[in-house]
Design a protein around this ligand. Structure first.
Ligand SMILES: C[S@@+](CC[C@H](N)C(=O)[O-])C[C@H]1O[C@@H](n2cnc3c(N)ncnc32)[C@H](O)[C@@H]1O
Length: 253
């Protein structure tokens, strides 16, 4: 296993603590204003005000989800179900673990079947039954580490990876799309035929070559903008289902 790769396997419950433990009570229509408004910059006030009044942030806290992103995955999966009990799933960029919570529940990991492996540059609190690797998916040895962790091939590869923002929009865009390409390579290398690939993308950012590759390897490719993904954000998701397998595309010849 890679020198920098560390692994933990979660024991016990699903670790469903809220990420901050704080909850903002009130119904969805209630407008709240941050305290100490004058001492903060206008941009941070806007961010805090948006958080306080965002019904999905409130839901995240109320349900003990680790991330607001968990609700996006639920919405995508409710619309296009692809998680079934006993599946083997890899979650790239899994911290703080919101998607792991959703997958774990939907594949019924607590019944002792199926497998769930998460990878992130950052530490992730354990999730019962899931194996969590700390490392960079761009490191070549990571594919082997995941193969070992999942003990074979996967039925679904999910990627909510986003590059750390630099503030320069075009650079951030390119870096996140670069991660999507890496995630796709990763998925092609590890998926079972019939498998699913779900990844975060940026609107307008999916290059023709990337879309061609998705269509070459999967039966169906959809762009999805779940309601919890903010309308003003360029974020969108690509859901590719029905992995054709390498022999069908001639790539393992
Ligand atoms: C939006 S967060 C994921 C949130 C997660 N889906 C959840 O629900 O909790 C994106 C994550 O991608 C991770 N990431 C970015 N680049 C990565 C890389 N090269 N290798 C592994 N993880 C990476 C970041 O550390 C970050 O935790």
């Amino acid at each position: 296993m890679a020198g920098r790769t560390r692994s933990t396997r979660g024991k016990g419950g699903s670790g469903e603590k809220g990420s901050s433990g704080r909850s903002y009570r009130g119904h969805a229509g209630l407008t709240q204003t941050p305290r100490n408004m004058r001492r903060r910059k206008a941009s941070s006030n806007r961010w805090i005000e948006r958080q306080l009044n965002d019904p999905y942030v409130q839901e995240t806290h109320k349900r003990g989800l680790r991330s607001r992103a968990a609700i996006k995955l639920e919405q995508i999966e409710d619309r296009y179900p692809f998680l079934v009990p006993h599946m083997r799933v890899v979650d790239l960029g899994c911290a703080p673990g919101g998607w792991l919570q959703v997958v774990s529940e939907r594949i019924k990991l607590n019944k002792g079947q199926g497998a769930l492996v998460g990878i992130d540059l950052l530490e992730t609190d354990p999730i019962g039954g899931a194996q969590i690797l700390v490392g960079d998916i761009t490191e070549p040895e990571m594919l082997d580490a995941v193969f070992n962790a999942i003990d074979g091939k996967a039925d679904a590869v999910l990627s909510d990876m986003a590059a750390a923002t630099t503030g320069h929009r075009a650079t951030d865009h390119l870096r996140t799309m670069g991660l999507l390409e890496l995630a796709l390579d990763f998925a092609i290398g590890i998926l079972n035929p019939g498998g699913t690939f779900l990844a975060k993308a940026f609107r307008g950012g999916a290059e023709k070559s990337l879309m061609d590759l998705l269509h070459k390897h999967f039966e169906k490719v959809r762009h999805i903008k779940p309601p919890a993904s903010r309308a003003e954000s360029v974020e969108t998701y690509l859901l590719a289902t029905g992995f054709k397998g390498l022999s069908e595309t001639g790539d393992d010849a």
